[in-house]
Design a protein around this ligand. Structure first.
Ligand code: AMP
Length: 338
Protein backbone atom coordinates (compact mmCIF):
# COMPACT_ATOMS: atom_id res chain seq x y z
CA UNK A 1 0.00 0.00 0.00
CA UNK A 2 1.39 3.50 -0.83
CA UNK A 3 2.30 5.49 2.28
CA UNK A 4 3.68 8.85 3.35
CA UNK A 5 7.20 7.40 3.45
CA UNK A 6 7.15 7.17 -0.37
CA UNK A 7 6.84 10.97 -0.68
CA UNK A 8 8.43 14.15 0.63
CA UNK A 9 6.86 17.56 1.15
CA UNK A 10 8.77 20.54 -0.22
CA UNK A 11 8.24 24.27 -0.15
CA UNK A 12 10.13 27.53 -0.56
CA UNK A 13 11.65 28.97 2.62
CA UNK A 14 9.53 32.07 3.15
CA UNK A 15 5.90 33.17 3.79
CA UNK A 16 4.28 30.17 5.59
CA UNK A 17 6.99 27.55 5.12
CA UNK A 18 7.55 26.97 8.85
CA UNK A 19 3.94 26.00 9.32
CA UNK A 20 3.76 23.93 6.11
CA UNK A 21 6.89 21.93 6.96
CA UNK A 22 6.00 21.44 10.63
CA UNK A 23 2.52 20.26 9.57
CA UNK A 24 4.05 17.83 7.08
CA UNK A 25 6.36 16.40 9.74
CA UNK A 26 3.44 16.00 12.15
CA UNK A 27 1.70 13.91 9.51
CA UNK A 28 4.81 11.73 9.07
CA UNK A 29 6.39 13.18 5.93
CA UNK A 30 10.05 13.99 5.39
CA UNK A 31 10.47 17.64 4.40
CA UNK A 32 12.59 19.71 2.03
CA UNK A 33 12.98 23.48 2.28
CA UNK A 34 14.27 25.40 -0.73
CA UNK A 35 16.03 28.49 0.62
CA UNK A 36 17.62 31.55 -0.89
CA UNK A 37 21.34 31.61 0.04
CA UNK A 38 21.79 33.01 3.52
CA UNK A 39 18.11 32.68 4.45
CA UNK A 40 18.02 29.13 5.85
CA UNK A 41 18.52 29.96 9.54
CA UNK A 42 14.83 29.83 10.64
CA UNK A 43 14.28 26.47 8.94
CA UNK A 44 17.33 24.98 10.67
CA UNK A 45 16.69 26.56 14.04
CA UNK A 46 13.02 25.55 14.23
CA UNK A 47 13.88 21.98 13.13
CA UNK A 48 11.22 21.82 10.42
CA UNK A 49 13.38 20.84 7.43
CA UNK A 50 14.94 17.40 6.99
CA UNK A 51 16.82 18.76 4.00
CA UNK A 52 17.67 22.26 2.83
CA UNK A 53 18.40 23.06 -0.81
CA UNK A 54 19.99 26.47 -1.28
CA UNK A 55 19.57 28.48 -4.47
CA UNK A 56 20.93 31.89 -5.43
CA UNK A 57 17.55 33.28 -6.30
CA UNK A 58 14.02 31.86 -6.17
CA UNK A 59 13.66 32.86 -9.81
CA UNK A 60 16.11 29.98 -10.49
CA UNK A 61 13.66 27.47 -9.05
CA UNK A 62 13.57 25.48 -12.28
CA UNK A 63 17.30 24.65 -11.92
CA UNK A 64 16.62 22.46 -8.91
CA UNK A 65 13.29 21.07 -10.06
CA UNK A 66 14.79 17.76 -11.26
CA UNK A 67 16.25 17.22 -7.83
CA UNK A 68 12.77 17.52 -6.32
CA UNK A 69 11.33 15.15 -8.89
CA UNK A 70 14.01 12.55 -8.00
CA UNK A 71 13.09 12.88 -4.32
CA UNK A 72 9.42 12.21 -5.20
CA UNK A 73 8.60 15.54 -3.59
CA UNK A 74 5.19 17.20 -3.55
CA UNK A 75 5.56 20.97 -3.73
CA UNK A 76 3.27 23.17 -1.65
CA UNK A 77 2.88 26.61 -3.27
CA UNK A 78 2.43 29.74 -1.16
CA UNK A 79 2.21 33.46 -1.83
CA UNK A 80 5.94 34.03 -2.17
CA UNK A 81 6.34 31.08 -4.51
CA UNK A 82 3.58 32.30 -6.81
CA UNK A 83 4.97 35.83 -6.88
CA UNK A 84 8.56 34.67 -7.61
CA UNK A 85 7.55 32.25 -10.34
CA UNK A 86 4.62 34.27 -11.78
CA UNK A 87 1.16 32.83 -12.52
CA UNK A 88 2.07 32.12 -16.17
CA UNK A 89 5.22 30.15 -15.40
CA UNK A 90 3.37 28.18 -12.73
CA UNK A 91 1.97 26.08 -15.54
CA UNK A 92 5.51 24.95 -16.42
CA UNK A 93 6.09 23.47 -12.98
CA UNK A 94 6.60 19.73 -13.53
CA UNK A 95 7.23 18.50 -10.01
CA UNK A 96 4.10 17.22 -8.21
CA UNK A 97 2.21 20.33 -7.13
CA UNK A 98 -0.52 20.58 -4.48
CA UNK A 99 -3.53 22.57 -5.72
CA UNK A 100 -5.03 23.71 -9.00
CA UNK A 101 -2.49 25.74 -11.01
CA UNK A 102 -5.09 27.21 -13.37
CA UNK A 103 -6.96 28.97 -10.59
CA UNK A 104 -3.92 31.14 -9.80
CA UNK A 105 -4.54 32.99 -13.04
CA UNK A 106 -8.01 33.90 -11.79
CA UNK A 107 -6.76 35.27 -8.48
CA UNK A 108 -3.90 37.28 -10.00
CA UNK A 109 -5.93 39.07 -12.68
CA UNK A 110 -8.10 41.76 -11.10
CA UNK A 111 -10.77 41.58 -13.84
CA UNK A 112 -11.08 37.79 -13.69
CA UNK A 113 -10.98 37.82 -9.91
CA UNK A 114 -13.87 40.28 -9.79
CA UNK A 115 -15.94 38.19 -12.18
CA UNK A 116 -15.40 35.09 -10.04
CA UNK A 117 -16.29 36.83 -6.76
CA UNK A 118 -19.37 38.56 -8.21
CA UNK A 119 -20.67 35.26 -9.57
CA UNK A 120 -20.15 33.77 -6.13
CA UNK A 121 -22.44 36.47 -4.69
CA UNK A 122 -19.73 38.30 -2.76
CA UNK A 123 -20.28 41.97 -1.98
CA UNK A 124 -17.45 43.89 -3.59
CA UNK A 125 -16.32 47.51 -3.25
CA UNK A 126 -17.50 49.56 -6.22
CA UNK A 127 -14.92 50.18 -8.97
CA UNK A 128 -14.78 53.63 -10.57
CA UNK A 129 -13.85 53.58 -14.23
CA UNK A 130 -12.52 57.14 -14.28
CA UNK A 131 -11.28 59.66 -11.68
CA UNK A 132 -14.09 62.05 -12.69
CA UNK A 133 -16.63 59.65 -11.17
CA UNK A 134 -15.15 59.78 -7.67
CA UNK A 135 -18.00 60.83 -5.37
CA UNK A 136 -16.97 59.17 -2.07
CA UNK A 137 -13.77 58.00 -0.35
CA UNK A 138 -11.80 55.72 -2.68
CA UNK A 139 -8.55 53.78 -2.45
CA UNK A 140 -6.23 53.90 -5.45
CA UNK A 141 -4.21 50.74 -5.99
CA UNK A 142 -1.37 50.69 -8.50
CA UNK A 143 -0.91 47.52 -10.50
CA UNK A 144 1.85 45.40 -9.07
CA UNK A 145 1.78 47.31 -5.77
CA UNK A 146 3.25 44.97 -3.20
CA UNK A 147 2.15 44.62 0.39
CA UNK A 148 -0.09 47.66 0.18
CA UNK A 149 2.74 50.10 -0.57
CA UNK A 150 1.79 52.78 -3.09
CA UNK A 151 -1.93 52.97 -2.29
CA UNK A 152 -3.56 56.28 -1.56
CA UNK A 153 -6.96 57.56 -0.53
CA UNK A 154 -8.90 60.29 -2.34
CA UNK A 155 -12.29 61.92 -1.88
CA UNK A 156 -12.91 63.73 -5.15
CA UNK A 157 -11.47 64.03 -8.68
CA UNK A 158 -9.46 67.11 -7.57
CA UNK A 159 -8.06 65.24 -4.60
CA UNK A 160 -7.13 62.34 -6.89
CA UNK A 161 -5.21 64.51 -9.39
CA UNK A 162 -3.47 66.38 -6.59
CA UNK A 163 -2.15 63.10 -5.09
CA UNK A 164 -1.31 61.60 -8.48
CA UNK A 165 1.31 64.34 -8.95
CA UNK A 166 3.46 62.34 -6.54
CA UNK A 167 3.31 59.29 -8.79
CA UNK A 168 4.30 60.64 -12.24
CA UNK A 169 5.35 57.20 -13.52
CA UNK A 170 2.20 55.31 -12.59
CA UNK A 171 -0.49 54.98 -15.23
CA UNK A 172 -2.06 51.64 -14.33
CA UNK A 173 -4.26 51.63 -11.28
CA UNK A 174 -7.68 50.73 -10.02
CA UNK A 175 -9.96 53.13 -8.18
CA UNK A 176 -11.91 51.23 -5.56
CA UNK A 177 -14.57 52.43 -3.14
CA UNK A 178 -12.96 52.74 0.31
CA UNK A 179 -15.02 50.68 2.75
CA UNK A 180 -15.01 52.06 6.25
CA UNK A 181 -14.94 49.09 8.60
CA UNK A 182 -12.59 46.51 10.07
CA UNK A 183 -10.39 44.25 7.96
CA UNK A 184 -11.04 40.53 8.40
CA UNK A 185 -9.28 37.77 6.47
CA UNK A 186 -11.20 34.48 6.43
CA UNK A 187 -9.12 31.32 5.98
CA UNK A 188 -10.82 28.30 4.44
CA UNK A 189 -9.93 24.76 3.46
CA UNK A 190 -11.78 22.68 0.92
CA UNK A 191 -10.91 19.04 0.39
CA UNK A 192 -11.83 17.21 -2.76
CA UNK A 193 -11.67 13.94 -0.84
CA UNK A 194 -14.67 14.64 1.40
CA UNK A 195 -15.95 17.64 -0.59
CA UNK A 196 -16.35 19.65 2.58
CA UNK A 197 -15.52 23.26 3.26
CA UNK A 198 -13.90 24.07 6.61
CA UNK A 199 -13.28 27.42 8.29
CA UNK A 200 -9.71 27.28 9.60
CA UNK A 201 -9.18 30.69 11.20
CA UNK A 202 -9.35 34.48 10.81
CA UNK A 203 -6.73 37.18 11.07
CA UNK A 204 -6.15 40.84 10.48
CA UNK A 205 -2.92 42.28 9.27
CA UNK A 206 -0.59 44.47 11.24
CA UNK A 207 0.24 47.18 8.74
CA UNK A 208 2.74 50.00 8.82
CA UNK A 209 1.84 52.78 9.05
CA UNK A 210 -1.96 52.28 8.83
CA UNK A 211 -2.00 50.64 12.27
CA UNK A 212 0.02 53.36 13.93
CA UNK A 213 -1.74 56.47 12.68
CA UNK A 214 -4.38 56.27 15.43
CA UNK A 215 -1.60 56.66 18.02
CA UNK A 216 -1.24 60.33 17.26
CA UNK A 217 -3.88 63.04 17.18
CA UNK A 218 -5.43 64.10 13.85
CA UNK A 219 -3.73 67.51 14.10
CA UNK A 220 -0.32 65.87 14.53
CA UNK A 221 -1.02 63.61 11.56
CA UNK A 222 -1.61 66.67 9.43
CA UNK A 223 1.46 68.46 10.83
CA UNK A 224 3.66 65.44 10.12
CA UNK A 225 2.17 65.13 6.61
CA UNK A 226 1.78 61.37 7.04
CA UNK A 227 0.51 59.33 4.08
CA UNK A 228 -1.20 56.05 4.86
CA UNK A 229 0.66 52.95 3.73
CA UNK A 230 -0.25 49.31 4.30
CA UNK A 231 3.10 47.54 4.42
CA UNK A 232 2.43 44.23 6.06
CA UNK A 233 4.61 43.45 9.06
CA UNK A 234 2.71 40.64 10.78
CA UNK A 235 -0.66 39.02 11.45
CA UNK A 236 -3.02 39.18 14.40
CA UNK A 237 -5.48 36.35 15.19
CA UNK A 238 -9.20 37.12 15.32
CA UNK A 239 -12.28 35.28 16.49
CA UNK A 240 -15.32 36.71 14.74
CA UNK A 241 -18.80 37.31 16.05
CA UNK A 242 -20.40 33.86 15.99
CA UNK A 243 -23.57 34.99 14.25
CA UNK A 244 -21.47 35.87 11.19
CA UNK A 245 -20.27 32.30 10.72
CA UNK A 246 -23.24 30.95 8.70
CA UNK A 247 -22.81 33.60 6.02
CA UNK A 248 -19.03 33.11 5.96
CA UNK A 249 -19.52 29.37 5.34
CA UNK A 250 -21.99 30.21 2.58
CA UNK A 251 -19.55 32.60 0.89
CA UNK A 252 -16.72 30.07 1.01
CA UNK A 253 -18.90 27.32 -0.45
CA UNK A 254 -20.14 29.57 -3.18
CA UNK A 255 -16.60 30.61 -4.15
CA UNK A 256 -15.62 26.92 -4.44
CA UNK A 257 -18.74 26.05 -6.47
CA UNK A 258 -18.17 28.86 -8.97
CA UNK A 259 -14.47 27.95 -9.30
CA UNK A 260 -15.56 24.55 -10.65
CA UNK A 261 -17.15 26.35 -13.59
CA UNK A 262 -14.02 28.43 -14.20
CA UNK A 263 -11.17 25.90 -14.21
CA UNK A 264 -11.28 22.12 -14.54
CA UNK A 265 -12.02 20.67 -11.15
CA UNK A 266 -11.93 24.05 -9.45
CA UNK A 267 -10.28 25.38 -6.34
CA UNK A 268 -9.25 23.06 -3.53
CA UNK A 269 -6.98 23.19 -0.49
CA UNK A 270 -6.51 26.40 1.49
CA UNK A 271 -7.79 29.79 0.34
CA UNK A 272 -8.63 33.15 1.84
CA UNK A 273 -11.29 35.83 1.37
CA UNK A 274 -9.89 39.21 2.30
CA UNK A 275 -12.48 41.72 3.30
CA UNK A 276 -13.75 44.62 5.32
CA UNK A 277 -16.75 44.32 7.62
CA UNK A 278 -18.81 47.51 7.85
CA UNK A 279 -20.98 48.58 10.81
CA UNK A 280 -24.00 46.82 9.25
CA UNK A 281 -21.99 43.58 9.27
CA UNK A 282 -21.67 43.49 5.49
CA UNK A 283 -18.54 41.56 4.51
CA UNK A 284 -17.03 43.35 1.50
CA UNK A 285 -14.48 41.13 -0.22
CA UNK A 286 -11.64 43.02 -1.89
CA UNK A 287 -9.43 40.07 -2.73
CA UNK A 288 -9.17 36.28 -2.87
CA UNK A 289 -6.00 34.27 -2.40
CA UNK A 290 -6.33 30.79 -3.88
CA UNK A 291 -3.63 29.20 -1.70
CA UNK A 292 -2.31 29.31 1.86
CA UNK A 293 -2.01 32.84 3.23
CA UNK A 294 0.50 34.07 5.81
CA UNK A 295 -2.46 35.07 7.99
CA UNK A 296 -2.69 31.41 9.04
CA UNK A 297 0.77 31.65 10.63
CA UNK A 298 -0.44 32.55 14.15
CA UNK A 299 -2.07 29.12 14.22
CA UNK A 300 0.82 26.62 14.01
CA UNK A 301 -0.76 25.02 17.07
CA UNK A 302 -4.28 25.26 15.59
CA UNK A 303 -6.95 27.93 15.92
CA UNK A 304 -10.03 28.12 18.17
CA UNK A 305 -11.99 26.81 15.17
CA UNK A 306 -9.74 23.89 14.21
CA UNK A 307 -9.67 22.87 17.87
CA UNK A 308 -13.47 22.47 17.78
CA UNK A 309 -13.29 20.08 14.85
CA UNK A 310 -10.05 18.20 15.37
CA UNK A 311 -9.28 17.98 19.09
CA UNK A 312 -5.61 18.09 18.14
CA UNK A 313 -3.38 20.93 16.92
CA UNK A 314 -4.36 21.46 13.28
CA UNK A 315 -2.68 24.28 11.40
CA UNK A 316 -3.55 24.97 7.78
CA UNK A 317 -0.11 23.57 6.91
CA UNK A 318 -0.90 20.35 8.72
CA UNK A 319 -4.35 20.21 7.11
CA UNK A 320 -2.67 20.28 3.70
CA UNK A 321 -0.40 17.39 4.72
CA UNK A 322 -3.40 15.48 6.09
CA UNK A 323 -5.21 15.94 2.78
CA UNK A 324 -2.17 14.59 0.90
CA UNK A 325 -1.76 11.70 3.35
CA UNK A 326 -5.39 10.67 3.01
CA UNK A 327 -5.17 10.92 -0.78
CA UNK A 328 -2.08 8.67 -0.76
CA UNK A 329 -3.77 6.13 1.50
CA UNK A 330 -6.90 6.11 -0.66
CA UNK A 331 -4.76 5.72 -3.78
CA UNK A 332 -6.13 9.02 -5.07
CA UNK A 333 -3.13 11.31 -5.14
CA UNK A 334 -4.53 12.73 -8.39
CA UNK A 335 -7.26 14.42 -6.33
CA UNK A 336 -4.79 16.70 -4.56
CA UNK A 337 -2.38 17.41 -7.40
CA UNK A 338 -2.94 19.95 -10.13
P1 AMP B 1 -4.23 44.60 -0.13
O1 AMP B 1 -2.79 44.87 -0.47
O2 AMP B 1 -5.14 44.59 -1.31
O3 AMP B 1 -4.36 43.38 0.72
O4 AMP B 1 -4.73 45.81 0.78
C1 AMP B 1 -3.95 46.34 1.82
C2 AMP B 1 -4.84 46.97 2.87
O5 AMP B 1 -5.59 48.04 2.31
C3 AMP B 1 -5.88 46.02 3.45
O6 AMP B 1 -5.41 45.30 4.54
C4 AMP B 1 -6.99 46.92 3.87
O7 AMP B 1 -6.76 47.39 5.19
C5 AMP B 1 -6.88 48.10 2.93
N1 AMP B 1 -7.88 48.05 1.85
C6 AMP B 1 -7.73 47.49 0.62
N2 AMP B 1 -8.84 47.66 -0.13
C7 AMP B 1 -9.71 48.36 0.64
C8 AMP B 1 -11.04 48.87 0.42
N3 AMP B 1 -11.67 48.71 -0.74
N4 AMP B 1 -11.63 49.54 1.44
C9 AMP B 1 -10.97 49.74 2.62
N5 AMP B 1 -9.73 49.29 2.87
C10 AMP B 1 -9.10 48.61 1.91
Amino acid sequence: MPSVSDYKIATIGSHSALQILKGAKDEGFETICICAKGKSKPYESFRVADKIIEIDDFANFFEIEDQLIKENAILIPHGSFVSYIGPQKMKEVKVMHYGTKGILEWESDRVKERKWLLEANCKLPKIFSSPEEIDRPVIIKFHGAHGGKGYFIANSPEDFYESMRQYPNESKYVIQEYIVGVPIYAHFFYSRLNQELEIMSFDKRYESNADSIGRIAARDQLDANIRTSYTITGNIPIVIRESMLPSIFELGESVVNISKKLVGDGLFGPFCLEGIVDPNLNFYVFEISARIVAGTNPFTYGSPYTWLRYNEPMSTGRRIARDIKEAIEQNHLDKVLG
